[in-house]
Design a protein around this ligand. Structure first.
Ligand SMILES: NC(=O)c1ccc[n+]([C@@H]2O[C@H](COP(=O)([O-])OP(=O)(O)OC[C@H]3O[C@@H](n4cnc5c(N)ncnc54)[C@H](OP(=O)(O)O)[C@@H]3O)[C@@H](O)[C@H]2O)c1
Length: 290
């Protein structure tokens, strides 16, 4: 029986990147819908669950993507609401790659550091979809996480959202000038830059001066890179006594994880792969110190 993936994308044009990865992960055909809104979800999901019998439903799965994570979360909730036992298909949420990217970064940090309990983490520009997911997962690991934002209200809003979504406590600080770095980085052991493409957030002198720093991760692949002195292909390389990861160093694992998750969707009909479940898949793929 052919493996069919229903792609529900909130953006006008369904992501080609997501389609290519899904084919590479073993999907035989992808039914792509763009510009999907809340009112569309129920009937599209019913098209999946009423067509094949319960024993064959693991051959159909749903992918939720698009550029907006909060819309993606709403689509996921509605898709789950539209299903009932025994008529279910597995679903994955990865709006803009935010879940798989955040998870790849977090699991590489776990692999490097081991136990994150009590570790002090700073997530730069942690208000975006990737930073919020990463902050929540790191806090769930027991780390003391602070996110930064250029605007106090935005930082506080993201802090509240992360705390509610992941049932954790995170802090937020306002950061809009590198001169603040010595103060906001005091005692930081793990530095994760989730700022936008092409923006340098940390000059080299700021992180190399940090005696407490163990790991630095930069997710920005577009020059100028986010953490000066961390190269895009670094994957755990020691630089100035710090294990550093660049965007490709994380991105290579992210792509493997993305494929593994899509393949997993077709193994049963009741998986819901959001951040935490995707992290479980990732942890199976790497040796853990913890
Ligand atoms: N390696 C991979 O596989 C991979 C995959 C996906 C994404 N990424 C990368 O991961 C990073 C995070 O992605 P995202 O989608 O979460 O990011 P994003 O939403 O584009 O940006 C994150 C935050 O950056 C802040 N920001 C925006 N413009 C800024 C500027 N000029 N200077 C300083 N801060 C600014 C904003 O926070 P405030 O307004 O609150 O300050 C924003 O919420 C990006 O660099 C992206 O390219 C990597």
């Amino acid at each position: 029986m052919r493996k069919l993936l229903l792609q529900l994308d909130s953006s006008r044009l369904p992501s080609v990147f997501d389609q290519v990865v899904a084919y590479d992960a073993g999907a035989d055909a992808i039914m792509s819908y763009g510009g999907v809104t809340e009112g569309d979800v129920r009937d599209l999901i019913h098209g999946c669950i009423f067509t094949r019998g319960p024993r064959d439903l693991h051959n159909t799965a749903v992918w939720i993507g698009g550029s907006n994570m909060s819309i993606g979360e709403q689509l996921l909730a509605l898709a789950q609401d539209a299903m009932f036992d025994p008529l279910r298909v597995s679903i994955m949420l990865d709006s803009n790659g935010s879940n798989t990217t955040a998870v790849a970064a977090v699991v590489k940090i776990e692999e490097t550091v081991g136990d994150l309990q009590g570790k002090q983490v700073l997530v730069l520009a942690g208000t975006g979809p990737v930073g919020q997911r990463a902050a929540g997962l790191l806090a769930r690991d027991g780390a003391r996480v602070t996110i930064t934002s250029r605007k106090p209200e935005q930082g506080d809003k993201a802090r509240q959202f992360i705390s509610a979504r992941f049932d954790v406590q995170v802090d937020a600080v306002t950061f809009n000038d590198p001169v603040q770095l010595p103060e906001i980085c005091q005692g930081v052991q793990i530095l994760l830059n989730s700022g936008p493409a092409g923006v340098q957030m940390v000059p080299r002198s700021a992180w190399t001066a940090l005696k407490s720093l163990e790991v630095a991760v930069d997710l920005n692949a577009v020059p100028p890179l986010g953490i000066e002195g961390v190269e895009v292909s670094d994957a755990g390389k020691q630089r100035d006594g710090v294990a550093v990861f660049g965007a490709f160093g994380i991105g290579n694992f992210k792509t493997k994880l993305h494929k593994a998750c899509v393949a997993r969707l077709f193994t049963r009909n009741d998986l819901v792969l959001d951040a935490e479940a995707i992290a479980d898949v990732a942890r199976e793929m790497v040796p853990q110190k913890r």
